[in-house]
Ligand binder design. Structure first.
Ligand code: UFG
Length: 327
């Protein structure tokens, strides 16, 4: 298929571009490079347009023959979203609305949308499936939920099709393709632990050890970024034969506590990673674990890198590459 990937120079976007290329698709990237990286473009054409620039967005999508869009471009930091809600609404909701209108004007019929576990808020069941109540507890999650609702309404009122993929904790890296995670500022646990170990980041703080979990630290479902990428390939290919609105939760279905993740990082590094216990981080639910039964059955998707040790090892290899070659 001839595909456009917004945010294709970012973390999950670039791994998905790699997987799409490997599956034989023709990929063009649209990215304003505000947080994406030129080294992640993998030889694809770059359309350097901001989704808020409605005129140029519409102009650049027309007459290109794109058959579908995978949409990653967004602001995605929970803490930042709390302090800058209007910027999050403008980028994530406004940007996606602009994209959908430009797609409609260019007759591009299908969209795969990067959504998040943050749309669910505090879980009311052990495993979170697609029907779990949606009650986001931060602005980032709110913006993603509003977009899902908007996409559902658009699908119901026109020939447009949309598939929302709700990621749990994206982690790991593709070492063969020299792709990986590089956010500034970095807020996520695994890169923060590894950066602390590599001497490229701040000392690690563990945010709260008084949660109602086995060891008192938060439990999350870490999903390898290449497994997220393969789900995107399956989702866009499935949309050739099915239409309308759909949504899938993407995780491994295994929860790991912050302490267990630090232990996995220590194994990858081969050394102890010192940390201090800090207070709870606002907006952190105690436990978030996905049921991905629907993605497995309907997309035929199986995560292949579900070991936390493998995820941490690939992230550590990436961190070493980044430190030695890209900084
Ligand atoms: N944590 C630490 N120290 C750190 C960083 C994180 O203790 O330096 C803890 C957090 O408090 C949390 C766990 O490690 O308990 C995981 O935190 P991350 O920041 O790595 O990931 P989140 O679970 O906060 O975020 C993920 C996605 C978001 C999504 C959110 C939904 O990355 O995009 O889940 O809750 F919005």
């Amino acid at each position: 298929m001839k595909l456009l990937v917004t945010g294709g120079a970012g973390y999950v976007g670039s791994h998905t571009v790699r997987a799409l290329l490997a599956a034989g698709h023709d990929v063009t990237i649209l990215d304003n490079l505000s947080t994406g990286h030129r080294w992640a473009l993998q030889g694809c054409e770059l359309i350097p347009v901001d989704l808020r620039d409605t005129h140029n967005l519409s102009r650049r999508l027309k007459k290109r023959g794109f058959e579908g869009v995978l949409h990653f471009a967004a602001k995605s930091l929970v803490g930042e979203s709390k302090n800058h809600p209007a910027i999050y609404y403008q980028n994530n909701v406004g940007g996606t609305t602009n994209l959908v209108r430009a797609m409609q004007a260019a007759d591009i019929p299908r969209l795969v949308f990067s959504s998040t576990a943050a749309i669910f808020g505090n879980p009311v069941s052990d495993l979170i499936d697609e029907d779990h109540p949606k009650a986001p507890i931060n602005v980032y999650g709110q913006t993603k939920l509003v977009v899902e609702q908007m996409l559902q309404a658009v699908c119901e009122s026109s020939e447009f099709s949309a598939t929302c993929l709700r990621y749990f904790n994206a982690a790991g890296a593709n070492n063969d393709a020299k792709l990986g995670e590089w956010h500034e500022p970095e807020t996520h646990l695994i890169p923060n632990a590894l950066r602390a170990a590599a001497g490229t980041g701040n000392p690690l703080t563990l945010f709260g050890d008084d949660y109602p979990t086995n060891d008192g630290t938060c439990v999350r479902d870490y999903i390898h970024v290449d497994d997220l990428a393969s789900a995107h390939v399956a989702a866009i290919e499935k949309m050739n034969s099915s239409s309308g609105f759909n949504a899938f939760n993407l995780g491994n279905g295994n929860g790991y506590s912050v302490k267990e993740v630090i232990t996995a990082c220590e194994k990858a590094v081969g050394a102890e990673i010192p940390y201090t216990i800090g207070s709870r981080r606002e907006g952190d639910p105690a436990t978030l674990v996905a049921s991905s039964a629907k993605a497995r059955s309907e997309l035929g998707w199986t995560p292949e890198h579900d070991s936390i040790d493998e995820i941490a090892r690939s992230a550590w290899n990436w961190e070493c590459h980044r430190r030695d070659n890209l900084t």
